[in-house]
Design a protein around this ligand. Structure first.
Ligand code: AOS
Ligand code: ZN
Ligand code: ZN
Length: 389
């Protein structure tokens, strides 16, 4: 099929990109949250919207939940609703950043009672996982301090280890825990899980089912993220991605929008390091918010960007690359990588999609479906996703 061989296309068959439920809600910055007509009012409506993305792309049969944003009384029923829509529940995200009790920390808090409250919240998330069939618990902590001297850095790290151990002890044999790192925000002097090394140290102390979650927007400008990807895969500790893109901070823009080449470099290391394909432990998730663009088209664009860049990463002639690297052929090696990056895979993917009963142009198909018009007319008073992300 043009630029893509059938063996390459077969490697794309099983690609799964998990959608975040909160991407379908209204979101914004601390200055303003704009609402979009048709925004879901319930998690059931978010699942329905996510199912539309999957319907036109065939790429996103899983939806990540955020508790308590997506809290319901009956999770068995939610699981059934998801199944009827052709999707399943993916990662369950905990939330210890919106309760007054957590002003000075959650899993790291000096007060044992507040730590227990945060641990109990994670137990509740594990119950949700049990009821919905979710495999992964994702922990991102807002814990940190704003001023030097405010907290005992080491004491907080020790308490974190203790709290995480209690949560890890509760997850089931077939479940995993992933610990996300972020070097700033909402705390600005230090965060308790600022970098991959801290996350790695914490999860390594727990066991095999504790892994690192890499959010592509959570690094200092200029960080070589693909190097971190390589290292975590080398260490067997890359559990999942939160894909998004950023120009400045934790922008949570559409993945591949700000720096497509960086996404390519990351996916190349994923493929090279065994993080892609059947049996790989790496979950591809999106963590994005659509502040000004429509949410469903925003998610369609996102999953297609990941698929297109995965195809380009798979295109790299690794044999030729190895040879060039071994021969110290600096520009030759670089050229092999750039050849793949500059290959336009879109026509071949469109043709391939059609062959699988999917629309050649998923965005066009969605816009023509009338779904957006229908939700805009029928849904009033949609939900806000979060205070930011
Ligand atoms: C926060 O910056 C993180 O990216 C988390 O993954 C968070 O749980 C998610 O963005 C929802 O707010
Ligand atoms: Zn994230
Ligand atoms: Zn983030």
């Amino acid at each position: 099929m043009g630029t893509l061989s059938s063996s390459l296309l077969s490697q794309l068959e099983s690609q799964v990109i998990e959608l975040p439920s909160w991407a379908f809600g209204n979101s914004g910055t601390r200055f303003k949250v704009f609402s979009t007509p048709g925004t879901p009012r319930t998690i059931q409506e978010k699942l329905a919207d996510a199912a539309q993305v999957n319907k036109v792309t065939g790429l996103s049969p899983k939806v990540a939940l955020h508790i308590p944003w997506d809290k319901v009384d009956d999770y068995d029923a939610l699981r059934d609703t998801a199944a009827e829509l052709g999707v399943t529940v993916g990662t369950v995200n905990s939330n210890t950043f919106q309760d007054d009790a957590y002003k000075f920390g959650s899993l790291t808090h000096i007060d044992a009672g507040i730590r227990q409250k945060a641990i109990d919240h994670h137990f509740e998330c594990i119950d949700v996982m049990d009821a919905t069939g979710s495999q992964d618990l994702k922990i991102w902590l807002a814990d940190g301090t704003n001023y030097p001297g405010q907290g005992n850095l080491r004491g907080r790290q020790d308490r974190l280890a203790d709290s995480l151990q209690k949560i890890y002890d509760r997850i089931g044999e077939s479940q995993r825990m992933v610990l996300e790192y972020k070097f700033f925000e909402p705390a600005f002097y230090h965060t308790d899980v600022p970098d991959w090394g801290t996350s790695y140290a914490q999860v390594s102390a727990l066991g095999d089912r504790a892994l690192v979650c890499l959010d592509t927007g959570h690094h200092a400008p200029g960080t070589n993220i693909e190097f971190i990807v390589m290292q975590l895969l080398r260490l067997g500790k890359l559990g999942s991605f939160d894909f998004n893109s950023r120009f400045y901070a934790d922008d949570d823009l559409i993945v591949g929008a700000a720096d497509p080449f960086q996404l390519f470099r990351i996916l190349f290391e994923v493929v090279r390091g065994g993080g892609y394909g059947p049996g790989s432990p790496v979950a591809f998730m999106l963590d994005q918010c659509h502040n000004v663009e429509d949410k469903i088209p925003g998610q369609i664009r996102s999953v297609l960007n990941v698929q297109e860049m995965t195809a380009r990463a798979l295109l790299v002639d690794t044999e030729a690359l190895d040879a060039a690297q071994n021969a110290e052929d600096v520009l030759g090696a670089n050229n092999i990588l750039m050849d793949a990056f500059y290959t336009d895979v879109r026509p071949a993917l469109a043709e391939w999609r059609e062959g699988r009963g999917l629309p050649a142009d998923p965005m066009k198909a969605y816009l023509a479906s009338g779904y957006q018009k229908n939700i805009a007319e029928t849904r009033v008073g949609g939900q806000q996703a979060s205070w930011g992300a």
